[in-house]
Structure formats: C-alpha cells, structure tokens
Ligand binder design. Structure first.
Ligand code: ADP
Ligand code: MG
Length: 725
C-alpha cells in the first residue's frame, strides 16, 4: 500500500464499507449507490446542496411581521384540512422552547408527513401577522436533524431512499477524517494556485463539507469549481489539439475563383461579419489541418452564404461538399435555396470525359443534389454513382448522408446545420467519409445562440466564429403577448390577432400560425394542427387561403404546400414546428404562436425568426396563458427583446445548464458544483489554463496527477486515445 498523499484515483479505489459507520448498513450503501455514490471519492464529491448559517437564526419571540427570517423549531402540532376553495392546507405549530409560531403550507400535502410532531427543522421565510398571531406561509424547510455547529451542510436527501442529510454529513466527516493521515494530494502547481488565488484541495474539501465559518464556503467552492471546469476543459483542449496533430487535412484551393463569382452574383454586399467569418474559414481551409469550426449566428444573420462559400472553396479545388440538415423540410429548403443561389455557376468539367479537346477542361454547370429518406432506391443508385465519379459537386441532405452506402469521390468540406440535434458520433461518422485517410473540414452552424461560456464548455473542442450583425434593412419585429386563460378558448382576447392577420393579408402579406406543441406524439400534434386549421378556416380566417403543414404529411404534399406558400398562392400557413428552422419567405410578416408558453425559449426565438426577413414591418403574436413562472418569464423575455444572445442567457438562467450539457456529455455530467452562469469567469480561466498546460506539455506527462485524474474521469479508452504521445 503506497502511503503518499491520496489522489482522487486512490479515493475512488476505496469502497464505501471502508467507512466504519457504513460497514454494517448494506441498505444505506445500496441507497447511496442509486444516487451514483459508489466509493469514497463519490462520497466526497456528493456536495452539500446548500449551507445554513445558524448564527443568523432568530428566536421565535423576536420575530417581527414583514421580516425575512430563519428560525429553528420543533413541530408540536400538525394538521391537514381542505379549505373551502378546495385547497389542501397543512398547518404546523413549532416552538424553539421559548416562543411559538404557526406555519402553513398550501397544496403541499407531503408536508404533513414530513413535519410530523417531534421533527426538528429550519424554516426560512417571510413573517406575517394573521389575527394578531405571527405566522409563516410556505417557508423553505430544511430538516437538519441533530446536526450541530455554526454552519450546517445540507445534503441532497431522499425520503424515498431513506437517506437523511445528517447521516450523509456524518459519513462524509468520517471519510474526511480517514484522509488525515495520508492527506489529500494536490494536482495543481503551487504557483498556478497562487496566481489564481485558489486554496489547496484538501482544505477546500474540508471547508466545503464542514465549514467552520460562513466565509470558508465561498473560498472552498471556488477551488472545487475550478477543478471541475479544468477537467472538462483539459479533455476538450486535448481533443482539439489531438485532432489538429494527428488528422491529415486537405489543403484547399483558396484562390477564390469560384467563391468570388458566387459573391458577385448575390444581389447584396456581404455584411462585415460575413466577410470576417468567410475570411477565417478560408484561411482554415487553406491550412494543412482539418477545420473544426462552429459558426454561430442569430436567425437571419446570413449563415447560408457563409456555409456555401465554404462548400464552394472545396469545389473550386475539385473536391465535393456536403451539407447535413436535421429535418427533411430543412434539407429540402436548403436544397432549393442553394440551388437557386448557385444557378448559372459553372465548374471545370472532368478533362477525361465528355471533352472535345483532349486534356482541356470543359466548363459544366455546378451540380447540387438532394438526398433524404424519401430519395427512391433508383435515385439513390444514380446518386451513388455520380458522387463516386465526382459529377455531383454538392450534396445536401438529412442524416441519410451518413449512411454507409454514401461514398464520395473526394469529400472536402462538410457543413452541419443546427448542430444541437446531432451528436458527436454523427459528426465523426461524416468526417470519416474523407477519401484516402484525409479528413474533410467541418463547419458546424447553429442558430441557437449560445452564451459564450456555455459554448466554451459544450463546443470547447471547436473554434468559434460569430455572425453578430444582421444584414441591413431589417425592420425590428414587434412582439405582443395575448394572455389567455389556460385550457380555455378565449375568442375575445384572440380577436385582435386575427384582425391583424386579415389586414396584413389584405395588404398583400402572408402569415404563419404555429399550432400548440404536443411533445409526446407527432400524431396528436398533427391532429391538433388539423383542428386549428379547420377552426380558423371556418371562423376567424374564413375566406383567406389557408395551407396546412405538419410532420406527418407525405413529403410531396409538404413540398407542394411550401411551394404554394412561397409563391404567394396561400395567405396563411397553419403549421407545427416543422417550420422552426430554415423556412425563408420574406413576404411573410405575421407570426402567430398558439399556446406559446409551452414552447422553449430557443424554439420561440427560431419561430419568430421566420418573419422580419424582408423590409416590411413584421409582428409576432404570442397567444398563451403563461400561468407558470417559467412560462411567464419566457413570454416576457420574448416581448422584451429580439436579441438571441440575450434570450439565450435568459434561457440558461431558467433551465440551468443540465440540458445543454446532456446533448453532448451523455449522462456524464461532470459539473456538480460549477454553474456556467455563476462561474463565468472561472470557465474562461479554466480554459486558458487548459491551453497553457496542454500546449506546454501535450500528453501531460509532466503533470502525472492531472493526467491520472483526466483518465479517471474520461474512462481509460478515451484517455488513452487523448493522452498518447
Ligand atoms: P440564417 O440561416 O442565418 O438564419 P439565412 O442565411 O437564411 O440566415 O439568411 C436570411 C436572409 O438574409 C436570406 O433571405 C438571405 O438571402 C439574406 N441575406 C443574407 N446575407 C445578406 C446580406 N449580406 N445582405 C442582405 N441580405 C442577406
Ligand atoms: Mg438558415
């Protein structure tokens, strides 16, 4: 047994029954296991949910109505009744030995069980006065049991698993005591810690779990947060550097012959943000390393032109380009749009075939093709041939593109649109389609604005370009929220919405109506869209030309409806969220979203982005109850701003980062304490430090402790792959 300081790997090697207090409690060990706590390291990383400062606790008899206060008391009486209005009311009386306080909870029936007579708990809330008696209404409650000390750590506990905060605190304390003899190893160099103002790991663990003073907590938390963020950043930076080091890229022809012709044929000058992004991308493409870049840009910022410029850079050197979209509608939309953008462009034909002059390259039209699940078998066969002989220059499609049967002659650039729906594996599968072991360049586009620090964490292995400027001449979209009563039709409230749609249509404009979201079932959603369509056609929008679009329609029907709307034969398109991304009809000036509070903020923003694409003034009507606090916050944010980045911040605020990380890190949520909102500056510092460390020591052989820790958190396979010299 080595007896140096304990590393995290050492701690992970100790089973829970190394803790004497747990040895005879297999049920508790099993309960911890179901929370993901399997060893001593897990236990020490099972952090308090929050802390309570007992020095701020007040005596009940000193409470003053109107104050926010914390009291600790024992339940002496508990009752549960149903009020006249049908609410469940739990009332408990508590005492701290010298005073009594009445505490009530509406519609929280579990409180009756939780706060049985004799239970001791901390109550935090506002003091009211009712009939001359002081009381608290629905305070925050924490069961502290007999934890003592000035500061109490409250662990996430589980009634179902019969795990109490006080027990967990006790086991953690025993575990910490056990580390005293050997101490806990410090993986960071002393001067790095000093530079960042971080205390050592041993102190941080002790002070976060068992603080002596309130001020200890924040200092300790900072260190533990940094460790989490550094691990994530090291993994990302290692991945990025490794790809740069080992993958052989294609050195593209950056003469711009084809790209310039494309730009000249556009009816507008590029925005400077587009120019900047294109220049950066072209520089990447001309280099020996494969590009791996994220293009972020709000709806309508003109990402397509940038993406097509990248694809054409491949074509101009005789390679092919591929664009992958998340849905059929979007793939078709891109296909039609891009084919139109590129109409009239020609490329050098194959000198060996079809040329009258031996060796001379005849010009032929640039060829763009579409591949989706709807492409027929015969169509696929023809396409497969044309891809292999190089006569198709650009292939646009859905994930059908990554199927094994699809092979290119020389795939040079891949654009992936709307990344948030694709996984890392799918990106890797596409990259693997390069010929002769050369890795194609990858551009990932997302219209979901991601706050900077979140992008650093979720897309930290990519370089990032941002289109932070909209093309000129856009008029801002006026957004209004029509508040309705949940679950009820409210024709009166909706009346101005339909009147507005009618007047816009009368003025030659078009409108979208997005139907309520039915998350569980595409079938139910389609039915609800059909109902809305019928209702509007019979009633509010009678006499207008309405079209219906939903995900269950056959592809040809979808295309026909989109075509009719695009060409102006339809006034109003009643649709599900299939129109969320990519749909581009500049003449549409009204967006109506029904039951808007059921949509996520990113989705609302995308939907709204379908209007305001021309010079005419556009508006967005959000119809919904907004009767949940999140729902209300989302709708209010939408009314307040059209800035996607601001909305993304709000979204992060409302949802936390769990959902962001999940898409990428599949259940291995490494951030337990760190918050991408709260710890923004630490995300950036961790990233800088990760670059410093990896660039000075690419396989971290000079930092064995960090190296082991990465291996521990990533798993051996991935770590072996990333850390091999
Ligand atoms: P995004 O995909 O970023 O939402 P698009 O690429 O679909 O945006 O572009 C939105 C609209 O703006 C399209 O109609 C496009 O033709 C137009 N557009 C793009 N770039 C410019 C520009 N520089 N000037 C004017 N219009 C532009
Ligand atoms: Mg687009």
């Amino acid at each position: 047994m080595p007896d140096g300081p304990l590393t995290y790997a050492d701690l992970a090697g100790f089973p829970l029954d190394a803790i004497t207090a747990l040895r005879t409690k297999p049920k508790k060990i099993a309960a911890l296991g179901s929370l993901g706590v399997h060893n001593v390291l897990d236990l020490l990383s099972y952090y308090p949910r929050r802390h309570i400062d007992r020095s701020r606790q007040l005596a009940i008899r000193d409470l003053v109505p109107g104050d926010e206060a914390m009291v600790v008391g024992k339940v002496v009486h508990s009752s549960q009744i149903r009020t006249r209005t049908g609410k469940n009311l739990v009332k408990v009386d508590i005492t701290d030995g010298r005073g009594y306080l009445e505490v009530s909870f509406f519609n929280q029936p579990f409180r009756h069980r939780q706060l049985s007579v004799g239970t001791e708990a901390v109550f935090f809330g506002k003091v009211d006065s009712f009939n001359g008696k002081r009381q608290m209404n629905s305070p925050v409650v924490d069961l502290v049991g007999n934890q003592t000390g000035r500061v109490i750590s409250l662990y996430p506990q589980s009634e179902k698993l019969k795990l109490k905060s006080e027990e967990i605190a006790e086991w953690v304390k025993v575990a910490l005591d056990k580390t005293l003899a050997r101490t806990i190893a410090e993986p960071l160099d002393e001067d790095l810690r000093r530079r960042l103002g971080l205390e050592d790991r041993q102190a941080a663990l002790w002070r976060y779990h068992a603080p002596d003073a309130w001020a200890d907590i924040e200092v300790a938390r900072r260190r533990l947060v940094f460790d989490e963020l550094l691990r994530v950043q090291l993994a990302l930076v290692l991945r990025k550097r490794q790809l740069e080091r080992t993958a052989r890229g294609i050195v593209h022809d950056t003469s711009g012959r084809l790209v310039h012709r494309f730009h000249e044929a556009l009816g507008f000058p590029l925005t400077s943000a587009q120019e900047q992004a294109i220049a950066t991308i072209v520089a990447d493409l001309g280099g020996p390393h494969p590009m791996h870049r994220l293009l972020q840009g709000d709806v309508g910022s003109g990402k397509t032109v940038v993406a097509v410029s990248a694809l054409l850079t491949a074509v101009q050197g005789g390679h092919q380009g591929a664009l992958m979209a998340p849905t059929e509608v979007l793939a078709e939309q891109h296909f039609l749009g891009i084919r139109e953008l590129l109409a009239g462009l020609t490329v050098a034909g194959d000198p060996d075939e079809g040329s009258l002059f031996e060796g001379a390259a005849a010009e032929r039209p640039l060829r763009v093709e579409l591949l989706t699940n709807r492409t027929t078998a015969a169509g696929r066969r023809r396409l497969a041939e044309a891809l292999l002989d190089g006569s198709v220059d650009l292939l646009i499609g859905t994930h059908a593109l990554i199927e094994d049967a699809v092979a290119f002659r020389s795939l040079g650039v891949i654009v992936i649109d709307e990344q948030h729906r694709f996984g890392v594996e799918q990106r890797a599968a596409l990259r693997a389609k390069g010929a002769d072991g050369a890795t194609p360049d990858v551009l990932v586009m997302t219209a979901t604005p991601i706050p900077r620090t979140a992008a650093m964490t979720v897309y930290g292995d990519l370089d990032v370009s941002v289109l932070d400027e909209l093309p000129p001449g856009r008029t801002p979209i006026e957004t209004r929220w029509v508040q309705t009563v949940a679950g009820e039709e409210d024709p009166e409230a909706e009346a101005p919405v339909w009147a507005h749609v009618r007047s816009e249509v009368a003025a030659g404009r078009q409108a979208y109506v997005v139907c309520p979201l039915v998350e569980e079932s595409e079938k139910l959603e389609a039915r609800s869209a059909e109902e809305t369509f019928e209702r509007l056609q019979l009633d509010n929008l009678a006499g207008l030309h309405l079209g219906l679009l939903h995900g269950r329609m056959a592809g040809a029907d979808k295309e026909a409806v989109m075509h009719a709307f695009r060409s102006g034969q339809l006034d109003v398109l009643v649709a599900t969220t299939v129109i969320e991304v990519g749909v581009d009809v500049p003449n549409a000036t009204v967006m109506v979203i029904l039951d808007a509070d059921r949509f996520g903020l990113a989705q609302l923003h995308q939907l709204r982005g379908r209007v305001g694409r021309g010079a005419a003034e556009s508006s967005c009507w959000l119809v919904g109850a907004g009767n949940t606090s999140d729902g209300e916050a989302r709708l209010e944010a939408m009314v307040r701003t059209t800035d996607g980045f601001e909305l993304a911040e709000v979204d992060l605020e409302l949802r936390g980062e769990g959902t962001l990380m999940d898409t990428r890190q599949k259940g291995r949520n490494d951030l337990r304490l760190a918050s991408l909102r709260r710890d923004k500056t630490w995300v950036e510092r961790a990233r800088e430090v990760a670059f410093e460390l990896v660039d000075a020591d690419p396989d971290l052989s000079g930092h064995p402790a960090l190296r082991d820790e990465i291996a521990l958190f990533l798993g051996d396979d991935e770590a072996d792959n990333l850390l091999k010299s």
